[in-house]
Write a protein that binds this ligand. Sequence first.
Ligand code: NAP
Ligand code: GLV
Length: 310
Amino acid sequence: MALMITCAPARLAAWKEALGPLLPGVPLRAYPQEVADPAEIRWAVVWNHPLGDLRRYPNLELVASMGAGVDHIFRDPDLPPGVPIMRLVDRLLTTAMSEYVLLAVLRHHRQDAGYRAQQAARLWRELPAPDTEATRIGILGLGVLGTDAAAKLAALKFPVAGWSRRAKSLPGIESFAGEAGLAPFLARTDILVCLLPLTPATRGIVNARTLGALPRGAYVINAARGGHVVDADLLAALESGQISGATLDVFNQEPLPPDSPYWSHPRVVMTPHTASITVPRSVAPQIAENIGRLARGQPLINLVDSAAGY
Ligand code: NAP
Ligand code: GLV
């Protein structure tokens, strides 16, 4: 029995170093070059595997995502039926995402772009004082990442609300849920943060209709998936002034093509899908834990719901 690792070649060594000591005696096979016998593969740790590949392993017992998101697994219409899929829930991933969101919120809130422009022009001028308690933040997705970011923003005294499928009861955070909760949530949101999983229900959720439902001049932060945003709609809203600016970490096409308008947009801050990067040594224990649980016949942790897609 062996574990297969499917990822970019540059990341392979770190995954082997992290998983090896936790799984003594288990061969770690890099896909595709080290996978000679599909029947020996019992567990797969994957990021963007080739479509249909996971059907090739007759003894596969577990698929683990290399990230918090699993859309890269569910984009495959030919997954092995009944094989459990786990995602990562990790302290470093969560902390890094909250740092990214706080940085983007504060950069916008404290008018950093304006002050940088003034510095370049050697201009000593006061911009209007920011009012934290009047700057309402709305987080799409109140899961592991959204909840942590919400709590940290609320600690800074921003009024924070979240939108999720099921209503939440979180101290100091206003909860909106489901289709009916979306319009009132957007209407009270000055800074929109997307931390949703990408599923058929959430694809394209940042569109002309939802952007138009925000107060004029609202700001958008997307650190979830590029597929959440309808790019033409966001660019039009930036052009019209409905949206005053955006921070984007994820894109419909990655790497972002050289001719994308986002690269040079004066009111867009972008990063190359690095809001929160998986650190293999931090997350390997939960994968090893599930392999042990499978052997002991115990319930698995961090499983995703195939029907919901997250
Ligand atoms: P999570 O714990 O599964 O939380 C997902 C949240 O979204 C939950 O609150 C869920 O509602 C809500 N949700 C899902 N579908 C919905 C729908 N149709 N309508 C309303 N709410 C819906 O996920 P997470 O760990 O916070 O991660 C979120 C996403 O962040 C990942 O899926 C990944 O795409 C992205 N991510 C990006 C980076 C990066 O570097 N850019 C890094 C890590 C993760 P319920 O609570 O009611 O279930
Ligand atoms: C990164 O995008 C993740 O899903 O962890």
